[in-house]
Design a protein around this ligand. Structure first.
Ligand SMILES: [Zn+2]
Length: 139
């Protein structure tokens, strides 16, 4: 099993993620970051079919379609991102319970301060949360 220690996301792509999260406000936004190795090259903005400010659920058909596209292009799912409109950038008990992918990073964007989002990245494995680094420069 590949263990990821960190991921690389360019400032441009981070801006895409942040505007998606802000546009979805006051609901949670969710999406998938794909690329090669640990370098993100594509952001897939997904629909939060729950339209909730405390949880997200991706549309399973949309998710299957995106994951197939990622595979077909020789990429992998590097991370799943979602926003926390009203809480801090740390996985909720539900986020931990529903983290099925050991090899995928979980990026959480807190919009408690809407103008100054807090972004943190985690690996969640068997209920254990560890913070990892996200680099936004040099890629
Ligand atoms: Zn969450």
């Amino acid at each position: 099993m590949e263990i990821i220690s960190g991921l690389y996301l360019s400032q441009d792509l981070l801006d895409v993620v942040l505007s998606h999260c802000k546009n979805a406000y006051p609901f949670e936004a969710c999406g998938i970051l794909a690329g090669k190795n640990d370098i993100v090259s594509v952001v897939y903005e997904m629909d939060n079919i729950e339209r909730s400010s405390v949880s997200y659920v991706m549309d399973s058909m949309e998710q299957l379609h995106v994951m197939k596209k990622i595979r077909n292009e020789g990429m992998r799912m590097i991370a799943i991102y979602h926003s926390h409109p009203q809480s801090s950038a740390y996985p909720s008990p539900e986020d931990i319970r529903l983290a099925f992918y050991d090899e995928v990073a979980y990026v959480i964007v807190s919009l408690i301060d809407y103008d100054k989002p807090d972004i943190r990245t985690f690996r969640i494995s068997e209920g254990k949360v560890s913070e990892i680094t996200m680099k936004t420069d040099g890629c």
